[in-house]
Ligand binder design. Structure first.
Ligand SMILES: [Zn+2]
Length: 251
């Protein structure tokens, strides 16, 4: 049933794409599809060479989980999926989120985020990409354009490999500026709900930009999450309006 439903909606997506000429097609995935996608990603990640770098216990894992818990509780009110946070031993400053709940954070990013408020701001941003289904939308676009929407979640190993390959690529895809600003906006909402210092987001962005300035190589996080002066200013403005009582949470 699931298989044919996706095939049909995939075909509708193609029709939509060709008839409107729009870059984006409708997200063809259901919440259940996204949760399954997330689970497939986690097993593929664990089996890949990256899997050996996952840190499962210790003070950094405890900190990541503790800071994440209230953010996840707030996000779940908007989009209820099984969120998880995983720590990866990697000095590169990076974090990414996968449809259906899984989020990954590198030790390099955790070290840069010296305060919990700063770490919470990245967590809140990442969780918002899942809530607003940005990656699922990107994957949907890619699957429809490549004409493979119909084979997603098929039972053969080849089908699963195709899905996992596409999903794995997602972590290297750049989000649009619109997606980024939406994730900042919702992220801010979850920071407020979780009781973190609202200045943490601007402070973390500034740190990332400074780190990028010092390094010859582009920061991995910034190559997938384009950070502009505008985003930092927007984060500062949001904190100001919260402090003077004029901020309104996005619905
Ligand atoms: Zn982002």
């Amino acid at each position: 049933m699931q298989h044919s439903k996706i095939l049909v909606s995939g075909m509708l997506g193609v029709v939509l794409l060709t008839s409107t000429g729009c870059r984006r097609v409708k997200n063809i995935y259901s919440r259940t599809d996204e949760i399954r996608m997330g689970a497939q990603f986690v097993s593929a990640f664990n089996e890949s060479k990256d899997g050996a770098r996952v840190i499962r216990t210790g003070p950094m894992v405890t900190r990541l989980q503790r800071v994440a818990d209230p953010i996840i509780a707030a996000a779940r009110k908007d989009w209820d999926v099984p969120y998880t946070v995983t720590l990866v031993k990697d000095s590169e400053i990076n974090a990414f989120a996968v449809p259906g709940g899984p989020m990954y954070f590198n030790t390099g990013l955790m070290q840069l985020a010296t305060t919990d408020d700063e770490l919470a701001s990245v967590l809140a941003h990442e969780v918002s990409h899942i809530v607003k289904r940005h990656s699922a939308q990107q994957l949907s676009d890619a699957a429809v354009k490549q004409g493979i929407a119909g084979i997603l979640f098929g039972r053969s190993n080849a089908d699963v490999k195709t899905v996992v390959g596409l999903t794995l690529n997602l972590k290297d895809r750049e989000f649009s500026r619109g997606d980024e600003s939406q994730s900042d906006e919702y992220g801010f909402k979850y920071l407020v709900a979780a009781g973190y210092n609202v200045r943490g987001m601007a402070s973390m962005f500034t740190k990332m930009q400074e780190a990028a300035g010092k390094s010859d190589e582009k920061l991995a996080f910034l190559s997938t999450h384009p950070l502009t002066r505008k985003r930092i200013e927007a984060a500062e403005k949001r904190a100001e309006s919260y402090e003077n009582g004029t901020w309104k949470a996005p619905k």
